[in-house]
Design a protein around this ligand. Structure first.
Ligand code: FDA
Length: 389
């Protein structure tokens, strides 16, 4: 059978591309259901975009590459689509938009748009091989033990990154890119919790506090969450995309407050109280106890000199920790790196050296921050390829 366009992957990017690629389009996926990551995203309510999305919120070897696609299909375009389908949504925090009811609303919306566009979806179909033909490409598939070779003029790689293999993530996008001579940059797990196998934070598991986390000259002001494995929460997930092995992370537990001045003022009002008790007014009790023991704090607040209070506030505003590693692709929300943007047109996502071959979504070396940015990249890059086809 022959199609104008075959899209490999019925995730966020593949479905958006199918909506715009014209009626003679087939979408293939080995999963039982389309858009599985949309379904589980945002705790089942899917943070589908961010009202502040702009190119600064993305990591890539070429930070300019995402500009064109993001400007031609913006967060406002996607919001308009969501509104057209009457899907209720709300802003949670920092511009992050979530469904009021369920992520399934977004999946149903994409499927309805695909049907209207005349695109066909085939699930439970594995991709055996892809090859170049005179007229375009041949895709060998297998479904229920039956092999079939499909032909197309345009082939879109939309099989995502390596994150969460349990949900069907594979490295197929990179294999196909390499097969056609496109460079693939080294991949890493991003938006992922940090691990400390020595279990040092186990007693603090469940404690959360707003912090400023810094690594590699980049900072995020969001919550830190201690877990039995190590450090998580939005600040840690964000900074994990910038962190490199064996580097320390700097954590400021008081990004909004001059804790030195606050402790000095308390020395006047609460001087007879134990220093650890006073710290408990500023931090969750378990965390205050942890620091009191780590920093060997003893005595009353009145006993502390300015220099001691300065040392304490320095420790709390520049706490340095070096994770042993991250939880890796097993729990990472995204994959950093991937298909080199140098190989693609930023306007159309078409491979510069292979006419008719496109790559979109997470498979490409464009990775967003936590907060709806990665779906926005999937929508924008899917639209760019779909409208170009
Ligand atoms: P995506 O991974 O969505 O789709 C790829 C498709 O290809 C899948 O359907 C897969 O089955 C298929 N496929 C893979 N290999 C194949 C093969 N060999 N053969 C056939 N089919 C194959 N982002 C965001 O903006 N807001 C959020 O709230 C969240 N939340 C979130 C939670 C969790 C737990 C994760 C893991 C990720 C997120 N993300 C997110 C990130 C977001 O889900 C991700 O960036 C997009 O889904 C990427 O869209 P793609 O279409 O590129 O890949």
């Amino acid at each position: 059978m022959s199609w104008n366009t075959i899209i490999l992957g019925a995730g966020a990017a593949g479905m958006m591309c199918a909506i715009h690629a014209g009626p003679d389009t087939l979408v293939l996926d080995h999963a039982k259901n389309p858009g599985e990551k949309i379904r589980i995203a945002g705790g089942g309510r899917c943070n589908f975009t961010n009202i502040y999305a702009s190119p600064e919120n993305f990591l890539s070897e070429n930070p300019h590459f995402c500009k064109s696609a993001l400007s031609r299909y913006t967060q406002w375009d996607f919001i308009e689509l969501v509104q057209k389908h009457g899907i209720p949504y709300h802003e949670k925090t920092l511009g992050q938009l979530f469904c009021d009811n369920s992520s399934k609303d977004i999946i149903q919306m994409l499927l309805a748009e695909m049907r209207d566009a005349g695109a066909e979806l085939r699930l439970k179909t594995s991709i055996q091989s892809v090859s170049k033909t005179d007229a375009g490409f041949a895709v060998e598939t297998e479904r229920d033990g039956k092999r079939e070779t499909l032909h197309c003029r345009n082939l879109v790689i939309a099989t995502g990154g390596k994150s969460i293999p349990k949900m069907g993530a594979t490295g197929l996008a990179y294999d196909i890119a390499q097969q056609f001579g496109l460079n693939v940059l080294e991949t890493r797990a991003g938006l992922v919790p940090f691990t400390f196998p020595d279990g040092r934070f186990k007693p603090l598991s469940g404690v959360a506090h707003p912090v400023r986390a810094t690594a590699n000259h980049t900072s995020f002001d969001e919550a830190l969450l201690f877990t039995h494995r190590g450090l998580s929460g939005p600040s840690m997930l964000q900074i994990s995309s910038y962190w490199r092995e064996s580097q320390p992370i700097a954590v400021n537990f008081f990004p909004e407050k001059d804790i030195f001045e606050a402790l000095k003022a308390r020395r006047k009002s609460d001087g007879r109280k134990n220093i650890a008790t006073v710290l408990g007014y500023e931090l969750p009790a378990k965390l205050a106890d942890h620091f009191a023991s780590e920093l060997k704090l003893t005595g009353n607040l009145a006993d502390q000199s300015d220099a001691q209070l300065r040392a304490l506030s320095d420790a709390l505003t520049n706490w340095q920790v070096t994770p042993a590693g991250t939880e890796g692709y097993r729990t990472a929300e995204v994959t950093l790196g991937g298909i080199d943007t140098d190989a693609l047109s930023s306007k159309t996502m078409e491979a510069k050296t292979v006419p008719g071959l496109y790559a979109i979504g997470e498979a490409v070396d464009v990775t967003g921050w936590l907060g709806g940015y990665n779906f926005q990249w999937a929508w924008s890059s899917g639209f760019a390829a779909g409208t170009a086809i």
